[in-house]
Write a protein that binds this ligand. Structure first.
Ligand SMILES: [Zn+2]
Ligand SMILES: [Zn+2]
Ligand SMILES: [Zn+2]
Ligand SMILES: [Zn+2]
Length: 225
């Protein structure tokens, strides 16, 4: 199976482990420069949020997002980078309250048109679920809050894990594809050579992508891949 990987800081290009990335981001000089401004009225408050797969923690990212944006913006970002296959429903779970992409007020659900600053604080941990059938579960944590220069694009990717090396279930070379049939028997990872000989055929296979949703439903990669 996948080994834990390092990740890349997208501000300076440096590589760091998952655990040391947070500290690095706080000291990363190009990242600091991005937020610098002499005009205090052009600043806003940001959260840095750490996100990883609940059951596949080798997939992780750090995202900076203004505290006054909504959960909907964060949901959209997660869909773009990791999740969106066919428009499934999703929800955040924060302090036992759910915030749904299709809120049903009769059932006491709240919508994602909720400002981050009204429900999150630093060191708060929360969850996100995409697709209530073949669910992808994410764990999130607000790791920092800071003030910085306003920018146009709301959520911004700061760091991301390198694609994990997954071994071919048949020969041990790096796998490139998942067989949607054999994955349930634990023999679903295939390199290019083994895929050609594989009895289920290429139409059952999907490319391996750098996401906790790799191999699930019709997911073949996101806007950032
Ligand atoms: Zn950096
Ligand atoms: Zn789907
Ligand atoms: Zn192989
Ligand atoms: Zn197969």
């Amino acid at each position: 199976m996948a080994k834990t990987t390092e990740g890349k800081c997208l501000c300076c290009g440096g590589f760091f482990s998952k655990g040391s990335m947070n500290k690095h981001l706080q000291n990363c000089i190009p990242r600091k420069a991005e937020y610098e401004t002499a005009e205090i009225e052009k600043t806003e408050s940001y959260y840095c949020i750490f996100i990883q797969g609940q059951y596949s923690p080798e997939y992780w990212i750090y995202v900076d997002i203004p505290a006054n944006t909504t959960l909907k913006v964060l949901d959209g970002f997660l869909r773009d980078i990791w999740l969106e296959c066919c428009g499934h429903m999703s929800q955040f779970i924060i302090d036992k309250q759910t915030y749904s992409s299709y809120a049903d007020r009769e059932f006491g659900e709240r919508s994602m048109n909720t400002k981050l600053s009204s429900v999150l604080t630093v060191s708060e941990q929360f969850k996100h679920e995409y697709d209530f059938g073949s669910t992808t579960n994410l764990k999130l944590k607000v790791v920092a809050e800071f003030n910085g220069k306003k920018r146009k694009n709301k959520a911004k990717l700061m760091a991301r894990n390198n694609p994990p090396i997954i071994e071919c279930s048949y020969c041990g070379s790096p796998a490139t594809n998942i067989c949607c049939e054999c994955i349930y028997d634990g023999k679903g990872y295939l390199c290019d050579t083994c895929l050609e000989k594989h009895e289920c055929g290429e139409e059952m296979s999907m490319p391996i992508v750098n996401s906790p949703r790799s191999g699930v439903c019709g997911y073949t990669g996101g806007r950032y891949d």
